[in-house]
Each structure stands twice: as C-alpha cells, then as structure tokens.
Design a protein around this ligand. Structure first.
Ligand code: FES
Length: 87
C-alpha cells in the first residue's frame, strides 16, 4: 500500500493493494472524472506534485511518464511511499 495526499482536498488516504487511487478517492467523497478506467483515455489524469509514479497506463508516452508530472488514477500506482496530487 501507499499513501496519497490530496493537496486541494486537504486529505491523506491509504491506497491498499486491491484498490485503485481512483476508487480510494471516490470512497472518500472526492469527485474525480473517469471514462475508460483502463488507463487509455486520459480522463482521470491528475497532476502530480510530489512522489514517484508507477505508470500503468497506455495514455502517456515514455517521455511524459519520465517527467512524472501526471498520473492516470484509474490504473497507475506509486513507487514511492507517498504521492501528493493536485486535487
Ligand atoms: Fe481513462 Fe483513467 S479513466 S485513463
């Protein structure tokens, strides 16, 4: 598991192994847009403020993935213990 801090929502949440970031945010009452929920469309894209993303999507290209500035919250996870997201 890893932790997500939602900077604008002023919340810190735990993401367990069996759940996506998107699911955890929704369960906490945060409104997040999504469509494909398979990492392909970019609808759930969220800006990363801090932490290292474990990209699992097919929407961002390799250089965008290396830039570590955005995450598809429906499929991607964290390599670091904590991610800070601009939401
Ligand atoms: Fe389509 Fe996440 S909802 S990439």
């Amino acid at each position: 598991s890893f932790e997500i801090e939602l900077a604008r929502s002023a919340m810190t949440l735990q993401v367990p192994a069996g759940k996506t970031i998107l699911e955890v945010m929704r369960e906490a009452g945060v409104t997040v847009l999504s469509s494909c929920e398979q990492g392909a469309c970019g609808t759930c894209m969220t800006t990363v403020i801090e932490g290292e993303v474990d990209h699992q999507d097919v929407y961002l290209n390799e250089s965008e993935k290396r830039a570590n500035k955005a995450i598809m919250t429906c499929v991607s996870r964290a390599k670091s213990a904590r991610l800070v997201l601009d939401i």
